[in-house]
Design a protein around this ligand. Structure first.
Ligand code: CTP
Length: 417
């Protein structure tokens, strides 16, 4: 989270946002009302994966500060004004940024910027000392030309220095949403994970196809997090996204290609995650050339594709954990439970597409993970890497629980699921 206060240095926060994003961080900007008098919220929104947040009240979310506070791996406030430092030190939650600072347990980096006289005032210095004593990280202002042409200490630290301090803190915290990739535990070392991602495209003719809205980001995030945690990962993807480092990647287009790629390699996987949006139907007789308008309106007859997840359920090898996804708009948990049974999966990750910010085309997601053995785990709206980590945690708990869900040997013996 990037907090921005109202000072002339607010324009430099745009550069901080850009540099953090370039480094791979998922940055949510939170602006005070005064900040928006210096730089418009639209500027931050345009560069960030979600709109800049400015208000505690009146938005779509009833309690934005707790969501933002919980989501954050790190909070950076740049520039931090004397007011912000004073309120934060006193525990006053005067606005959305102030409330979020009190609601978060993430490390906080404040980067003060103000006139030299203000910075040197004993009240400000005492507030900074109080915050430091409580574990808040402070990147002090630099000396230089200040607003109005004055010279002294008070200029916001250089954006590069702010980003470097932020990266350092993320690395130390072992956070996993972006800048500091690969800092967490390697608890999946030795585990072979097969992940599918993206929406398949089923040709109508040489140029047209039937597709869906899946971006592939959730599947790619699962592959990336699994590799970070030491798993050996095979990603079968229909998405035009870059493959994460250290992941074996097979590119596919159609449901049939995806089925071939998955089923030829699934026996060797300990965990199979079917995050792909595989077409349920495809044109029965795709035309090899291009259908021209003068040929008249074509009649496209569809036929069902193979349900890969159900086929995996039928072919499962002992000990394998099979994870399906269910993107739903009506009765998500009921439909998810039905899919667990119908497809013989150990886990179904239910996406309620009616939740704002969740599902197709978003950087964030909100899911409920259903266990075949019973039980659910809710993961509130979070970046797709966080959702990925929760899915892998659930799969790993099933994988490491002998005699519990999803093992055909257990099932044959009539084990209770
Ligand atoms: N899936 C699959 N092969 C297909 C279609 C879907 O493997 N041909 C997998 C998806 O990867 C996902 C899960 O099945 O993990 C759920 O897909 P979904 O389309 O929601 O389920 P359906 O059985 O098609 O049910 P619905 O009637 O809701 O479309």
């Amino acid at each position: 989270m990037l907090g921005v206060c109202g000072g002339i240095a607010a324009y430099k926060a745009v550069e901080v946002l850009r540099l953090l994003s370039d480094a791979g961080a998922y940055v949510v900007p939170v602006l005070t009302r005064a900040a928006t008098r210096f730089v418009g919220a639209a500027t931050f929104s345009a560069l960030a994966p979600e709109p800049a947040a400015t208000e505690l009240f009146g938005g779509a979310e009833p309690i934005p500060h707790t969501r933002l506070g919980r989501l954050a791996d790190l909070v950076v406030v740049a520039p931090a004004t004397a007011r912000l430092l004073g309120e934060y030190a006193a525990g006053i939650s005067g606005d959305l940024l102030g409330a979020t600072l009190l609601a978060t347990r993430a490390p906080v980096l404040v980067c003060p910027a103000m006139h030299a006289e203000m910075w040197e005032h004993p009240a400000v210095q005492e507030n900074v000392a109080t915050l430091e004593r409580r574990g808040v990280h402070v990147l002090p202002p630099e000396s230089g030309v200040l607003a109005g042409g004055d010279v002294g200490v008070g200029r916001l630290a250089d954006p590069e220095a702010i980003v470097s301090a932020a990266t350092d803190l993320l690395g130390r915290a072992g956070a996993g949403t972006g800048v500091a990739r690969s800092t967490g535990a390697r608890d999946l070392a030795g585990v072979r994970v097969l992940v599918t991602a993206g929406g398949t495209r089923e040709p109508i003719d040489a140029v047209r196809y039937v597709a869906n809205r899946s971006s592939g980001r959730q599947g790619h995030a699962i592959a990336e997090v699994a590799a970070d945690r030491g798993a050996s990962v095979l990603l079968v993807t229909a998405a035009p996204l870059e493959a994460p480092d250290g992941v074996e990647c097979v590119r596919v287009d159609t449901a049939a290609e995806l089925a071939d790629a998955v089923l030829s390699r699934s026996a060797e996987a300990h965990v199979v995650v079917m995050a792909a949006a595989v077409a349920d139907f495809r044109p029965k007789d795709p035309v090899p050339g291009k259908i021209a308008k003068r040929d008249g309106v074509p009649e496209v007859v569809l036929e069902p594709t193979l349900d890969v997840l159900a086929e995996l359920g039928r072919r499962r090898v002992p000990g394998q954990v099979i994870v399906g996804f269910a993107a739903e708009t009506r009765d998500p948990l009921g439909r998810g439970r039905a899919k667990l049974v119908e497809k013989g999966a150990d886990l179904v990750v239910v996406n309620d597409l009616t939740v704002p910010g969740a599902g197709f085309g978003h950087e964030t997601n909100a899911v409920t993970i259903l266990f075949a053995a019973g039980g659910t785990r809710e993961v509130p709206l979070a970046p797709k890497r966080t959702i990925a980590a929760a899915v892998l945690d659930a799969a790993s708990s099933v994988l490491r629980a002998p005699g519990v869900a999803g093992r055909p040997d257990d099932r044959n013996e009539g084990a209770v699921r």
